[in-house]
Write a protein that binds this ligand. Structure first.
Ligand SMILES: *Cc1c(COP(=O)(O)O)cnc(C)c1O
Length: 407
């Protein structure tokens, strides 16, 4: 079973398999979807789209929210709003799911990969400052990458795994050089930085409602901003840039990036449960912490004193020397016991799809990729299933160590 397979409402995961993350559909989803079907409001406008946008803006604390077909589309539009053009450069986390780097290429710009910091595994603000201050020159109007000669146009920090980026130093240096900041908050819904919701710091921010995110619409996204002009333009660009809806006059190339009312209906029902989902994730994290903290060689995720993490994707680091088994062998051992674990993404500076003539050194991202292991952490994971995971983890470690001794 994978995260896209449908479960009956309220049904526990199949008894013999524990997936990494599956959706939690137990609220008003059915009722709201039925309302769409009964009223014929199934397409790309409708009351649930408006309501979902309003609920999201209220939660994040921004004035505007524009629903999109997915998070990647929201990122694409956010980059256009920031004025990023072909051959510009955009700073982005090296350790992230690939979508933000791809979106940078959609507008013809180039990613500049910034390493992670070792404490919370987020984009390293010191490395951002270092690159802008020493890797670039300021010609009075624009910032130019000394190595490539290209204009540096925006910063796209990605809040990964449900924990915030340390964003203040990034906002500060961005203000110094008038660079727009776009937050990729797709993994950060419900999390806070110094008491404020993620997504409320940048010029704009993007969310995703993909099946594995903390709330889901099956697929969907949202762009949030405080800027009325940008909000208007986002709506315009996501709806085919229609200037005269009767004569079908379009002054620009637009996109069909809308979210349907049916999916927004699911989103509204999910949004109603967000606080409970965050509590459930934090409870899961607490139980893992209590159960695994005594094992030398397993490093648990930290929550910064300035952070409120959702622990969206519960991830630990494996020290192979201390534990006697590496992350990949652990993953295989868990898989054999029908427990789905996962490594973190290949850092994007290593991705064959983002090869460039510029080399990036991101040793922290490389090490995290080698050592990280994400464990099952669905909102609906009950204590019994979580204990099964914990016992399996210990058993895989013991079995592996015993087999190494025999050899
Ligand atoms: C999920 C995700 C996205 C993209 O969201 P989609 O809705 O799948 O397009 C973007 N960035 C990050 C970091 C993500 O985890």
């Amino acid at each position: 079973m994978n995260s896209t397979e449908k479960l009956a409402p309220g049904a526990p995961p199949a008894a013999d398999f524990i997936p990494l993350i599956v959706p939690e559909i137990r609220g008003n989803e059915w009722e709201y979807v039925k309302e769409c079907l009964d009223t014929n409001w199934v397409s790309s406008v409708g009351p649930f789209v408006d309501r979902f946008e309003k609920l999201t803006a209220e939660h994040v604390g921004t004035k505007y929210a524009i629903a999109t077909v997915n998070g990647t589309a929201a990122l694409h539009i956010a980059l256009m709003l920031a004025g990023v053009e072909a051959n510009d450069e955009v700073l982005v986390s090296a350790l992230t799911f690939i979508a933000p780097a791809n979106a940078i290429r959609y507008v013809g710009a180039w990613p500049v990969f910034i390493d992670a910091e070792p404490s919370y595994w987020q984009i390293d603000p010191a490395a951002v400052v270092e690159f802008l201050e020493n890797g670039c020159r300021w010609d009075g109007h624009v910032l130019v990458n000394r190595k490539t000669g290209r204009r540096v146009k925006a910063i796209l920090p990605v809040h990964i795994l449900g924990h915030p980026v340390d964003i203040d130093p990034i906002l500060e240096i961005a203000a110094k050089y008038s660079l727009p900041v776009i937050e990729d908050a797709t993994e950060g819904l419900g999390a806070r930085y110094r008491g404020k919701s993620l997504g409320s710091f940048g010029q704009s921010a993007c969310f995703s409602f993909n099946g594995n995110k903390i709330i889901t619409t099956g697929g969907g996204g949202m762009l949030v901003t405080d800027d009325a002009e940008l909000a208007k333009r986002a709506k315009y660009l996501t709806t085919q840039a229609k200037d005269d809806p009767i004569e079908y006059v379009h002054n620009e190339i637009g996109y069909n990036y809308r979210l349907t009312n049916v999916l927004a209906a699911i989103g509204c029902a999910q949004m109603e449960q967000l606080d409970r989902f965050v509590q459930a994730k934090r409870q899961i994290a607490k139980h893992y912490r209590e159960s695994l903290s005594a094992i030398p060689g397993i490093q648990l995720p930290n929550e910064a004193e300035w952070a409120y993490s959702t622990y969206w994707m519960y991830t630990v680091l494996i020290d192979e020397r201390k534990l006697g088994i590496g992350a990949r062998d652990l993953l295989r051992g868990l898989g054999a016991r029908k427990i789905q674990a996962r490594p973190l993404w290949q850092p994007i500076h290593r991705s064959p799809s983002h090869r460039s003539d510029v080399s990036f050194l991101c040793p922290v991202a490389d090490e995290l990729h080698e050592r990280a292991l994400s464990l099952p952490c669905s909102v609906g994971l009950n204590l019994e299933a979580q204990d099964t995971v914990i016992e399996a983890l210990k058993s895989v470690i013991d079995t592996y160590r015993a087999s190494m001794r025999v050899r």
